[in-house]
Design a protein around this ligand. Structure first.
Ligand code: NAD
Ligand code: MG
Length: 480
């Protein structure tokens, strides 16, 4: 891109390691089966628009079969197994993910558009880590703080988004199985392939049939699943709009619900912060995964006295980012996941300009085919601007300034969301002062977008409720 000092030779990861079938069925009762009332649709590589495969849009009868399979597995085997036996299966799943990590990373990058560096170094290792972590809890639930013998709920219906397809699957399936539930999971319509690969891993692990069921499809399939009367627990990650619909449909039923929705996180840089480190944190905060991250640091709050200097350094750094082939190991910014998402990003960015903010991107060639958006920042943004309030879910940063810690706090909390925040300062006392007052589920200090299976993650306000990860993540799957 643009001002690079020298060009890197391409270093493409081979895609020969993945074997994508021309079409897939549904994973129900331990087998890949043809749909009963479902139809088929194509899934494409967002970096090339090449058709990758055909998958099923499961219909209501398909969903019904999957829920019945999950119920039979719950009653027949899974809920009766001692925790240490469930734990063995989870360890096996974790090890198989590690063994097949290269294949899974390549497949994820092809289906989602994210850089191989991220799928290889972040997504897939965290997937394995989640299974290892929850495997450890399976026989220790009596020590988790929920009573001596906490019971599972039954069948979990789980709907996940396209931004971290396999990682969100792990966040959903690992704690559900560890606690003795069985699951029906629906991946997002644009990223079904790693969930189907995981179905194969379940077979390889000899997981009892029906403990994990995967039904592909879009919103209608998701709705049929969360509204199914045979589901005891609903777990959803995605947009606030759909989260609201789900909350309404689940209200008044006995179903337990956890929602992980959007965000509009503030990344707050004080005048005593190490600026070069802060620049790296800002870049990681909003350009990691093309900004398709619910906890992305999409609002930069810079203290006025250092704002110009920080912006200079940030722009210089953005000029060195490499956008292009997700399978190239040098790539920093991959493809936007879908034409719909690209349209949303374009639309909100246009609104930013119309409302008077100033738009800047480094010089940057976009590939001819596929869905792409350059790293972009907006200065002159006020709190009233839509780009400061709404989740863009793309590589777009809104820059605001502040003078005092109180003003930073006020601006950071002035959002309907409350998922995450970042604080950059040399002073430990200021970190603690901010962390106590920020209404955000996660507050990172002098870092951003750090994830660990032991650490709970979740939101306040319109970012949802319930926590995933850590001991806290067990609660949503237990009858407590
Ligand atoms: P979405 O909420 O429509 O989709 C998320 C998942 O929910 C997908 O699997 C989808 O098929 C399913 N779904 C859709 N409608 C449903 C319904 N009525 N009932 C049950 N399941 C349903 O999200 P999107 O359309 O892909 O993205 C829209 C916006 O949502 C993005 O621009 C972004 O702002 C936000 N988003 C947030 C996250 C997050 O991690 N919090 C993830 C994806 C998208
Ligand atoms: Mg949608």
């Amino acid at each position: 891109m643009g001002t690079g000092m020298f060009d890197y030779a391409p270093a493409p990861e081979s895609r020969a390691i993945v074997d994508i079938a021309p079409s897939y069925g549904l994973f129900i009762g331990g087998e890949m089966v043809d749909p009963t009332d479902g139809t088929r649709f194509k899934t494409v590589n967002p970096a090339t628009e090449e058709v990758l495969s055909e998958v099923v849009a499961a219909g209501p009868q398909d969903v019904d079969r999957a829920v019945a399979a999950a119920r039979a597995a719950y009653d027949g085997t899974w809920s009766r197994l001692p925790g240490r036996e469930r734990g063995k299966y989870l360890y096996r799943l974790a090890r198989l993910v590690q063994e097949r990590s290269r294949e899974l990373a390549v497949l994820e990058s092809i289906d989602n558009g994210k850089p191989i560096r991220e799928s290889r170094d972040v997504d897939v290792p965290l997937v394995a880590a989640h299974f290892f972590y929850y495997a450890g809890w399976a026989d220790k639930l009596g020590y988790a703080g929920f009573g001596p013998d906490p019971r599972p709920l039954g069948v979990a219906g789980q709907v996940i988004p396209w931004n971290f397809p396999l990682l969100m699957l792990a966040w959903k399936i690992a704690p559900a199985l560890a606690t003795g539930n069985t699951v029906v999971l629906k991946p997002a319509e644009t990223t079904p392939l790693t969930a189907l690969a995981f179905a194969d891993i379940c077979r390889q692990a000899d997981l009892p049939p029906g403990v994990v069921n995967i039904v592909t499809g879009a919103g209608d399939t998701g709705r049929a699943l969360v509204e199914h009367p045979g589901v005891d627990k609903v777990a959803f990650t995605g947009s606030t709009d759909v989260g609201r619909q789900i909350a309404r449909s689940v209200a008044g039923t006995r179903k337990k619900l956890t929602l992980e929705l959007g965000g509009k996180a503030a990344n707050i840089v004080f005048d005593d912060a190490p600026l070069d480190q802060a620049v790296e944190g800002i870049v990681n905060g909003i350009f990691f995964n093309q900004g398709h991250v619910c906890c992305a640091g999409s609002r930069l709050l810079a203290q006025e006295s250092i704002a110009d200097e920080l912006l200079d350094r940030l722009k210089r750094r953005l000029g060195t980012l490499r956008l292009g082939d997700p399978l190239d190991k040098n790539t920093d910014i991959g493809a936007i996941n879908s034409p719909e998402q690209l349209e949303r990003i374009r639309e909100l960015s246009a609104v930013g300009e119309q409302e008077g903010a100033e738009r800047w991107s480094p010089a940057c060639d976009l590939p001819d085919r596929g869905y792409w958006f350059p790293p972009t920042l907006f200065t002159g943004v006020t709190q009233a601007h839509r780009i400061a309030r709404e989740e863009i879910f793309g590589p777009v940063l809104s820059v605001l300034t502040f003078r005092t810690p109180a003003e930073a706090l006020e601006k950071a909390n002035n959002t309907p969301y409350g998922l995450s925040a970042g604080v950059w300062t040399d002073k430990g006392s200021r970190i603690l002062w901010m962390a106590q007052r920020l209404r955000a589920g996660v507050v990172w200090a002098n870092t951003f977008n750090r994830f660990d299976p032991t650490s709970p993650f979740g939101g306040y306000k319109e970012s949802g409720f319930g926590r995933e990860g850590g001991r806290h993540g067990l609660e949503g799957y237990l009858d407590v």
